[in-house]
Design a protein around this ligand. Structure first.
Ligand code: HDE
Length: 698
């Protein structure tokens, strides 16, 4: 019925909206929109109203279903590691560990096991940026033939605390402060450093957290670690301790702190996009998989406790054996269904892998299963496709519960039963030989709440880590401490942290005090006096992996009148080394090269700053350069590349821009008119020698 303001302008059953929009329609059951219950829809543009301009009718079950489903789209985000990005891939065993384990995933050489890997930051919410200073999660779900194995690790081999009972305190301290709800995704605030200063066991992890490891360039360029000590169990149930390692084929690479901060504004999804685009373009990230194995006797001989997750086992003491490789080769089809609903559980272990008594790990064995109940809402979360075992069937006598998807047959929902004797389904049974068995470790002693004496040394490993770094990395670490403590308002908090640093290294503590312009407090009392350990060079980043352009991104900034031959020479030189190239221009429609040829651009200058690239080339004409001098995005592009220690290739016409951006000549500033290949070597690394010229480090 027309209402008083006039008649409806369209027929109620039309599929065309009032605004002249065009809509695609469907006429076959397999392409048409339906409700959740299968009723086909005739109109997805308009709700059902009492007249064209009248109120919407409660009767509109189609509107109600659609809106109601939308209203409930969100589930609680993860308490920690809420922000994550994931990919599918395969794990292939290259060396059998059958002497140590009966887990087929670690004994069948050449066997391809499907994996799903989720990388994450820890502190920020699901919508936070990708590049805060933060530990990165590195969680791998192996869909093995003997059930899922979840290796839920980090990109740092140690942890902040020794006992799971402190985890809620740690996380409360690092997350947004309770009353003001900031800062988001940042440890640089009072409550975190208050906790740290009062908990000397955090000191070793703090060294790692303040190192360049926590500002990675790419998720593809991070090492991964199982962190906790696990056990392997062989056919005879003999146990061997094991630490798990991932080594990136692209090597490690970090950003500069200032760069990470600017990336957060330029592209909050920097890591997510980088991973997605690499896989989409067929550049599949790859890691080697390694183990450190040690017997009980070897563990007992170490001067620290391997059950203490704040300790690292230096490779010099127990070498890493590479036994496999993992390639990530497929992006998720749907972020929510897969990445968001993935539930990683350290309790997911195939027979032949077992836990240790590490008190941090012991708490994790409860927490991950438990947290899924609030996150995914049902004990049946294992039936969600991403969480289902894919390598083998799963069956038991657990029944019912919210969102039960399975339809078990028969009466056998208990065991033992004799129903098979009368021809009914009897159900699955235990397998004493092939099933999961725990390590037969003997324990005896009173119930106690205490921290073992062997956990008392909080500083020796921190000292060893600091002494293992290159001078460049030490300066970054000291500067990160200065930055973070400068963001704390409480002087006593800064003092207590410096008191802990005194026990690590007097020079480090003095540099931090100097950076804060505060008097250096005396060392805090130490539960166990720190020992000098031999430095372990593999703990450093700089120089550990060969320089490479593989997997890196190079920007070529062009203007009208640029020399196309140089653009192509740079492009082919860096692409030949495995890098990708983006053409950046003042306008997204591209430029007209010298000679009149058009060169399309991949992005506009203001939206593609140099922080998004590993190296930049400026291929500009004299007039083009003159115009860029009036564009701050151009000056920032060059100045940032310089202070972020990147190689800058350029044509001579770019000199005025280099001058305006205060670029000083060095080995990383390369004239491209000769051989464009001369750009490759400096572009494959950062120009560490340049740093003292551009930044005051602590
Ligand atoms: Fe976690 N951790 N954690 N954690 N953790 C979670 O589980 C917890 C710890 C790690 O991509 C939660 O499903 C406790 C160490 C990763 O989905 C939660 C303790 C390491 C991820 C939880 C630790 C990790 C999580 C939140 C101390 C490195 C993300 C959501 C005893 C080895 C996995 C969830 C993903 C996630 C608890 C310590 C790594 C709350 C209680 C040590 C990579 O259950």
């Amino acid at each position: 019925m027309p209402n008083s303001k006039g008649a409806p302008t369209r027929a109620a059953n039309s599929t065309v909206g009032n605004g002249g929009e065009t809509h695609q329609t469907a006429s076959t059951p397999d392409t048409r929109l339906t409700t959740n219950h299968g009723t086909p829809l005739s109109d997805n543009q308009n709700s059902l109203k009492a007249g064209g301009r009248g109120p919407t009718l409660l009767e509109d079950f189609i509107l109600r279903e659609k809106i109601q489903h939308f209203d409930h789209e969100r589930i609680p985000e993860r308490i920690v590691h809420a922000r994550g990005s994931a990919a599918h891939g395969v794990f292939e065993l290259t060396k059998s560990l059958s002497k140590y384990t009966r887990a087929k995933v670690l004994t069948e050489v050449g066997e391809q096991t499907e994996v799903f890997v989720r990388f994450s930051t820890v502190a920020g919410g699901a919508g936070s940026v990708d590049t805060p200073r933060d530990v990165r999660g590195f969680a791998t779900k192996f869909y093995t033939k003997e059930g899922n194995w979840d290796l839920v690790g980090n990109n740092i081999p140690v942890f902040f605390i020794q006992d799971a009972i402190k985890f809620p305190d740690l996380v409360h301290a690092v997350k947004m402060e309770a009353d003001r709800a900031y800062p988001q995704a940042a440890s640089a605030h009072d409550t975190f450093w208050d906790f740290v200063g009062l908990m000397p066991e955090t000191t070793h992890m703090i060294m790692w957290a303040m190192s360049d490891r926590t500002i990675p360039r790419s998720l593809r360029m991070m090492e991964g670690f199982g962190v906790n000590t696990f056990r392997l169990l062989n056919d005879k149930d003999e146990a061997t301790f094991v630490k798990f390692h991932w080594r990136p084929k692209l090597g490690t690479q970090s950003t500069c702190w200032d760069e990470a901060v600017k990336i957060a504004g330029a592209d909050p999804d920097y890591h997510r996009r980088d991973l997605f685009e690499a896989i989409e373009s067929g550049n599949f990230p790859e890691w080697e998989f390694g183990v450190q194995l040690l017997s009980q006797a070897e563990a007992d001989a170490l001067p620290f406790d391997i059950l203490d997750a704040t300790k690292v086992i230096p490779e010099e003491l127990v070498p890493i054996q590479i036994v496999g490789r993992m390639v990530l080769n497929r992006n998720p089809d749907n972020f929510f269904a897969e990445t968001e609903q993935a539930a990683f559980l350290p309790t997911n272990m195939p027979p032949g892998i077992d836990v240790s008594e590490d008190p941090l790990l012991q708490g994790r064995l409860f927490s991950y299963q438990d947290t899924q109940l609030s996150r995914l809402g049902t004990v049946n979360f294992h039936q969600i496709p991403i969480n289902q075992p894919k390598g083998c069937p799963f069956q038991n006598l657990q029944r019912d519960g919210h969102m039960q998807m399975l339809v078990p047959k028969g009466r056998a929902n208990y065991e033992p039963n004799s129903l098979a004797e009368v021809g009914e389904v009897g159900g699955p049974r235990e397998d004493p030989k092939g099933g999961f068995r725990s390590a037969p470790v003997a324990f005896d002693g009173p119930k106690v709440r205490l921290r073992a004496e062997t956990f008392a040394d909080h500083y020796s490993h921190a000292r060893m880590f600091f002494h293992s770094l290159t001078a460049v990395e030490q300066a970054h670490l000291a500067s990160a401490l200065v930055f973070e403590l400068s963001k704390c308002s409480f002087e006593h908090v800064r003092n207590r942290v410096m008191g802990n640093l005194q026990n690590v290294d007097a020079d480090l503590a003095a540099r931090v005090a100097n950076g804060l312009n505060m008097p250096l407090p005396p060392a805090n009392p130490a539960a166990a006096p720190p020992q000098d350990m031999a430095p372990s060079p593999p703990l450093r980043l700089v120089g550990k992996y060969p320089d490479t352009l593989m997997g890196r991104a190079v920007a070529i900034l062009v203007t009208d009148g640029a020399d196309g031959a140089i653009v192509e020479a740079v492009r082919s030189a860096v692409v030949a080394e495995g890098a990708s190239v983006k053409i950046v221009a003042p306008k997204v429609g591209g430029v007209t090269l010298k000679g009149g040829k058009a060169l399309p651009a991949d992005g506009q200058l203001a939206g593609m700053p140099s922080v998004l690239f590993d190296a930049v080339a400026l291929v500009v004409s004299a007039e083009g350069c003159a115009q860029l001098l009036g564009e701050s995005a151009a000056t920032d592009f060059v100045a940032d590349a310089f202070v972020h220690l990147k190689a800058i290739g350029h044509t001579p016409e770019a000199q005025p821009l280099l001058d305006k951006a205060a670029v000083q000549p060095d080995a990383g500033v390369v004239d491209l008119t000769g051989d464009a290949k001369s750009f490759v070597a400096p572009a494959s690394t950062r120009q560490w020698d340049r740093e003292p010229k551009v930044r005051m480090l602590a």
